[in-house]
Ligand binder design. Sequence first.
Ligand code: PRT
Ligand code: ZN
Length: 285
Amino acid sequence: MSELKIAIQKSGRLNENSRRLLEECGIKFSNGSGVLKTKAVNFPVEILFLRDDDIPQYVEQQVADIGILGENMVFEKSKDVSVIEKLGFAQCRLSLAIPKEENYPGPEYFNGKKVATSYPKLLSEYFEKNGIKAEIEEISGSVEIAPGIGLADAVCDIVSSGSTLMTNGLREVTSILKSQAVIIGNKKLSGDKKKILEKLLFRIRAVKSAGENKYILLNAPESAIPEICRILPGMKSPTILPLAEKGWFSLHSVVREDEFWERINQLKSAGAEGILVIPIEKMIL
Ligand code: PRT
Ligand code: ZN
């Protein structure tokens, strides 16, 4: 049976999360430094370690069957590949930033300006869409220092916390793309490879859902149970078990991580006590 070839970033911001995701899917492989590819010992995949910039092209040419990288890079390279699954990590945005003391009237600010970026395609599309005539200076790294050294008037770069822009005296004025890590795939995978991919996606979704949810246990008097059940929908409905103390019950359920704090306050006001919150390792929906 053939193997599915998965390209991940060799080193950099996506490497650790990509490796961890595969490991949490139960895929065991060695990753010694300097290794360019490795076979998993317990799953039919081969992992290729590449620069993120090269992954779209390699997936298009089927050097790799699938790849993990940021949407920003997928859209910039615009190769003929499909986006299969969003992964939720490496969230960031591609933004335009200008020297912080300058006034910003709107996109027309950029008319006649020179803008440094590593994303010439996405930036030129943005300028075209907004009818802006600006010069694009393509540079491959440390884009944020360009205005400070007189290379450009403004920058278009990846922003996450915003602190890099701030330290370089720049101000984010508009965001042109939101991005997160995704899986891309070749469009013509064989039947065998598609089957392996389906298995892998099943596992990835279980890991992702687990990360997005928490298991919650709490104690409550019988009178509080209807209100607590309303607050805690869970996967089906909460499990309710009697405690040794008469009239008291233990409720178990699953809550979404993003609404967790709000739910906790509601539960406490409804009479819940001894609330325990436990991470979920895998969740099969
Ligand atoms: O060597 P290789 O080519 O593989 O890696 P690389 O150096 O091109 O990329 P890398 O590892 O820096 O980033 C890989 C991917 O991570 C990007 O394509 C994005 O999808 C995603 N990502 C998420 C980020 C950031 N957050 C990020 N903060 N990529 C870059 N940055 C940089 C940004 O360029 C800027 O210099 O971090 C700085 C801004 O961060 P803040 O927090 O100060 O705003
Ligand atoms: Zn890169």
